[in-house]
Design a protein around this ligand. Structure first.
Ligand code: ZN
Length: 515
């Protein structure tokens, strides 16, 4: 069938269905920030932001969002889930200035007869009552046929009859969820083709879930069957195994089906990080498109291939998503990976020096140490026995912590050769150290402490309680992300090590740019 130039609409439901994720709840201000980013930066076609009648805080957030969206001309893209409750959900939505109701109805005979204890005719009468009221209040109405995938399988006549009875009621989109994520791509294709053949003038959406890891494939096959709206969430957020990933769906529809999608894919990674931070749900490093490692080559052979003309590139280039390709440093990395990293940091080394450095990296990799690109200047300095990265050295450090007591730290440090003493207190040993260190740096240098984004502490798998602890801290410094590492048997000292590294990197780049 002719697929090209067909435009598929994406409906994001991170803020409604995504919020069903275990332990995820977005406070109103975060909800508004995510919604604004999705609408304005990513340019999502449709956005479901809440369930009606949930809470007053939620209502305030939706109201604020609608007010903003009205001034931007985007308010008709915002949708709210509501219930078959005659006036209640509709009034809630109109109070917030909303324009679209996504009505939740029962899409399977089982749900209708066992949960509602109603016949289809009774249920349809209730639905029509709510729809009529919504239309009279100026809302546009879409309808979810909840549990449609099971309904279609177990009681198809119920599904056909329901759509037939509602098709002329003023409802715009009939939204067909695979509520339990049980379908396969073949089943999606066959069932949706059937629905579209029976009701050729009806707009159907498909709403996949990812229980079998098939959500993206199912979205693709729904579109192949002729569906023109797909529901998804950022980072696959959602109940159980989550919904379909917005990033994957958008990219698959474009690359694999040659379709147009309206979103700006350059914003996908940014939005993913925003939602990761606000939801507190970390995505795996190998998550397609948005994971930390998906544009990192770990094998030296691949880096060599890249050097010789993109032998290991696909249509999934990092540039599309405003990301950069990187080359891992570890025991698998070869000469080419190292050369790429040195080049990126403007470090020039002789052949002989590069060989020695590589040996060192391979050895560290063997000891299960992870090496970040930021480690490289320190390894080089060590190798060349240069001191120019050690602007600040910790000479002595004592940490006192106790239950229900502020932690106290006293330090003796050398800053560019002069010895300083300082003390600090805080919420834990690490915080106390930062406060002591800030005092020293304020006396000595103009130093802006970067924002701490992430603090990861781990003992390598198989390690004992006495093992070396590795701490990786992610900092945001003037828009740039910096990751530094510290290793120590003492957990707080590992964090302190990572912090000293960050300070030395910053002081070094400051001194070199001062000249
Ligand atoms: Zn869902």
């Amino acid at each position: 069938m002719g697929q090209s130039n067909r435009r598929v609409l994406l409906m994001d439901t991170t803020l409604r269905d995504g919020e069903q994720t275990q332990s995820v709840s977005f406070p109103p201000t975060e909800k508004v920030s995510i919604a604004k980013a999705l609408l304005q930066k990513l340019k999502i076609d449709r956005l479901e932001v809440a369930s009606a009648r949930v809470s007053d805080g939620e209502k305030e957030a939706v109201k604020k969002l609608n007010e903003w969206a009205k001034t931007e001309g985007l308010v008709d893209r915002i949708e709210v889930l509501g219930f078959v409750d005659h006036t209640l959900s509709v009034d809630w939505i109109t109070d917030t200035g909303g324009q679209v109701l996504n009505l939740l109805a029962k899409g399977s005979l089982k749900h209708c007869s066992e949960q509602l204890k109603k016949s289809l005719d009774q249920h349809v009468a209730d639905i029509k009552q709510t729809v009529d009221y919504a239309l009279s209040q100026g809302l546009r109405v879409n309808i979810y046929l909840e549990d449609w995938s099971n309904g279609y399988k177990d009681s198809p006549q119920y599904v056909y009859d329901m759509v037939t009875k509602l098709v002329d009621s003023g409802i715009e989109h009939f939204m067909l969820p695979d509520t339990l994520g049980v379908m396969s791509p073949d089943e999606v294709f066959d069932s949706l083709s059937d629905m579209l053949t029976r009701f050729p003038d009806t707009k159907f959406d498909f709403h996949p879930h990812n229980d079998y890891g098939l959500a993206t494939a199912n979205a693709m096959f729904a579109v192949k069957a002729g569906i023109s709206s797909i529901h998804c969430t950022v980072n696959c957020l959602g109940e159980r195994a989550g919904n379909a990933s917005l990033a994957e769906v958008a990219v698959v529809l474009k690359d694999k089906l040659g379709l147009e999608v309206g979103i700006d894919e350059g914003q996908i990674h940014h939005i993913s990080q925003l939602v990761e931070n606000f939801s507190g749900k970390r995505i795996a490093d190998n998550t397609p498109i948005v994971g930390a490692d998906v544009f990192t080559q770990t094998s030296g052979i691949h880096a060599d291939g890249d050097k010789k003309g993109g032998l290991y590139m696909s249509a999934l280039t990092p540039e599309r998503f405003n990301r950069e390709r990187s080359y891992a440093l570890g025991k698998m990395s070869g000469k080419a990976s190292l050369a790429k990293n040195l080049e990126a940091m403007d470090i020039e080394l002789s052949e002989e020096q590069q060989k020695m450095l590589l040996k060192r990296i391979v050895k560290l990799g063997d000891q299960k140490a992870s090496i970040t690109p930021e480690d490289l200047p320190f390894l080089v300095a060590d190798l060349l026995e240069r001191k120019d990265y050690n602007h600040v050295q910790l000479l002595n450090c004592s940490i006192t912590s106790g239950m229900d007591l502020e932690s106290v730290v006293s330090i003796r440090v050398s800053v560019n050769g002069s010895i300083r003493k300082s003390a600090g207190s805080g919420n834990g040993g690490f915080d106390a150290f930062i406060s002591a260190m800030k005092q020293v740096l304020n006396e000595q240098e103009q130093f802006d402490f970067p924002e701490l984004l992430d603090y990861e502490l781990r003992i390598p798998p198989g390690g004992q309680t006495s093992a070396l602890t590795e701490c990786i801290v992610t900092w945001q410094d003037e828009g740039k992300i910096l990751r530094t590492r510290g290793v120590n048997t003492n957990q707080v000292l590992a964090g302190i090590g990572a912090t000293l590294r960050m300070i030395n990197i910053k002081l070094h780049s400051k001194q070199t740019s001062d000249v």
